[in-house]
Design a protein around this ligand. Structure first.
Ligand SMILES: O=C(O)[C@H](O)[C@@H](O)[C@H](O)[C@H](O)COP(=O)(O)O
Length: 320
């Protein structure tokens, strides 16, 4: 079992800167333990590339993040392949799980949809399948499409089929949306669920903001710089009261979704942004400091109370 939280061997950049009910349990699919068997090896990007990237990144400091600009610890790591990235992401998550369960007895993990979920696959394999205390995990969605849970577009279904069905997380600790409700009602319902879990002590509360403080958010990023279901230029980016909001006109289908708001994302203890592919290289470059702009993309507004770590494959980092 991993016993300490370790920092990565080679980092591209590391700088400190400055309706009262839980989702219906009957709607959860049963979970089972089906560990796979494989080993992995982490290969970091060659030093020459790291140096180039470092020099370029070093020209800028952390960018403005929202109106309430809170400088945090940000780290960027680039991997030769998605396979290497997935191995490192698993270790990062397992180490945090170990550390935080020792500290608070629970581990609240929030996932997005998209390709991120597949990159969690190594957690379902040895050593993590055996070493992680899955009974302490509580799993949430940073955003969800408002479709039935068995629909091909459901983020719950994606996570269940890819990840959750392979690990022994307790079904009652998996917080899917109530898919019988409208988008607006599902968002309110989810927020009520979060309040209940804060009262129970499962979810931590940020002393700084009063918003829920999740232990770890694992998120992808769209090629337009969206995170969760917070899209560029959308008024939802300004929401600063609600914890969970809804959208009926998402530019990425399906149109109806619920999403955590930025203050919730930014109250997190740890956020991992997992980004792969050349199609995201321009946005990665904008977000990580090539050029200044007053027009900040949603991903540039991610600035958690705790630590932000970018996991990039070399294609996504190719323009840094
Ligand atoms: O449900 C969703 O659509 C998401 O949560 C969304 O924010 C996703 O994470 C990004 O669009 C990245 O998706 P890809 O990694 O598949 O590009």
């Amino acid at each position: 079992m991993a016993t300490s939280f370790s920092t990565p061997l080679r980092s591209l950049h590391l700088f400190p800167a400055s309706k009262t009910h839980l989702p219906n349990s009957s709607s959860f699919f049963p979970l089972s333990s089906k560990p796979g068997f494989s080993t992995f090896k982490v290969n970091y990007l060659q030093r020459s590339h790291i140096s180039t990237g470092f020099k370029q990144l070093n020209r800028f400091t952390v960018k403005a993040s929202m109106a309430t600009k809170q400088e945090n610890k940000k780290e960027v790591e680039v991997f030769n392949t998605e396979e290497d990235l997935a191995a490192s992401l698993a270790k990062y998550t397992a180490d945090l799980s170990d550390k935080i369960i020792k500290e608070r007895g629970f581990f609240t993990v929030v996932v997005s949809g998209g390709s991120l979920v597949k990159s969690l696959r190594k957690l379902t394999e040895p050593p993590y399948i055996d070493s992680i205390d899955w009974s302490k995990w509580h799993v949430f969605w940073v955003d969800e499409r408002v479709v039935p849970k068995d629909h091909v577009d459901s983020n719950y279904k994606l996570a269940f089929d890819t990840f959750l069905c392979r690990v022994p997380i307790l079904p009652g600790n998996v917080y899917a949306i109530n898919d019988a409700l409208s988008a607006e009602a599902a968002a309110d319902d989810y927020e009520t669920c979060l309040k209940h879990l804060i009262n129970n002590g499962v979810i931590d509360k940020s002393q700084q903001t009063g918003f829920p403080k999740f232990d770890l958010m694992l998120m992808g990023m769209g090629p337009d710089g969206h995170v969760a279901s917070l899209f560029p230029g959308h008024p939802l980016l300004k929401e600063n009261q609600k914890w969970v909001t809804h959208i009926l006109d998402s530019p990425k289908p399906p149109p109806e979704r619920i999403s955590f708001t930025l203050p919730v994302i930014n109250s997190s203890a740890y956020v991992a942004l997992v980004v792969c592919g050349a199609g995201k290289a321009d946005v990665v470059t904008k977000a990580l400091g090539k050029g200044e702009s007053s027009d900040l993309l949603p991903v540039e507004l991610v600035s958690p109370e705790g630590e932000l770590k970018w996991f990039l494959d070399k294609e996504a980092a190719s323009k840094l």
